[in-house]
Ligand binder design. Structure first.
Ligand SMILES: [Mg+2]
Length: 259
């Protein structure tokens, strides 16, 4: 009996697990297909904030995967649903153009900003922009971070992610950001509710030991770390997070699930 023998559902991180940049990880397409047809429930949980849900589904399926959009749970989508539940939010949106489309209803240039939403804006960060956001915060705006990731792996190497900017704004303003994506327990709960499974029946596979594995374990999931994507051996060995399993890549997952 291995630790995954009673698994009824799997949450897949996308970036670094299924693909890196424009390339599918070797064996990933076959592995996901095998798990999808086995009766094990699959959901795809991502902090990616560069693409809208529609564009993300298009990208993944163009790579050769067969993943319905309604099985993808993205941090921008969860952010949108959160804002919809607020009373007439007025937002300053630091979002990629592609994602911005879905949030247009929250922009009201004539009104005081009530929420700052921070996602991926690539190299558009400047002191001027940080200072404008800082001043919004000092006037009472709430700080929402789609995620607070440190870094991610691109086809060009490691890149600094938005977490550092979120920390900078928190430090300067003394205001804590609300984190919507992984490792927020609420985010994992959306996926568990959608599958109607208990956390003990579900495993998460990811390349981020803190956000995927550590975040998942905190809500009771089994945490599987892959050695693709942003995985680094020395960072893993120094971490206080201990994955339930560490595997070379997602290609090894079906076998561990007994498929
Ligand atoms: Mg990842």
């Amino acid at each position: 009996m291995n630790t995954l023998s009673s698994t009824k559902g799997v949450l897949f991180d996308l970036d670094g697990v299924l693909y890196i940049g424009p390339h599918a990880v070797e064996g990933a397409i076959e592995a996901v297909a095998k798990i999808q047809t086995s009766g094990i429930q699959c959901r795809f949980v991502t902090n990616t904030s560069t693409l809208s849900l529609r564009s993300l589904a298009q990208k993944i399926n163009a790579l050769g995967f067969s993943i319905p959009a309604n099985q993808i749970i993205s941090a921008p989508q969860a952010t949108y649903l959160y804002l919809k539940r607020q009373q007439h939010p007025v937002c300053r949106l630091l979002l990629a153009e592609n994602v911005m489309q879905d949030f247009k209803e929250f922009i009201r240039p004539d009104k005081q900003v009530s929420h700052i939403v921070i996602g991926d804006i690539g190299d558009k960060w400047t002191y001027t922009l940080l200072n404008e956001v800082f001043n919004d915060l000092m006037q009472g705006a709430k700080l929402i971070a789609i995620h607070k990731n440190r870094l991610w792996q691109t086809e060009h190497g490691l890149q600094m992610d938005i977490g550092g900017f979120v920390y900078a704004l928190e430090y300067a303003s003394g205001i804590k950001a609300m984190i919507i994506g992984k490792p927020s327990p609420d985010f994992f709960q959306i996926a568990l509710n959608d599958m109607a499974l208990k956390s003990s029946e579900v495993a998460i596979i990811g390349d981020d030991i803190d956000v995927d594995v550590g975040g998942g374990q905190q809500v009771g999931l089994k945490g599987i770390l892959v050695k693709t994507g942003k995985y680094r051996q020395n960072y893993t060995e120094a971490s206080t997070v201990k994955p339930d399993l560490i595997i070379d890549s997602i290609a090894d997952l079906p076998k561990l699930l007994g498929l």
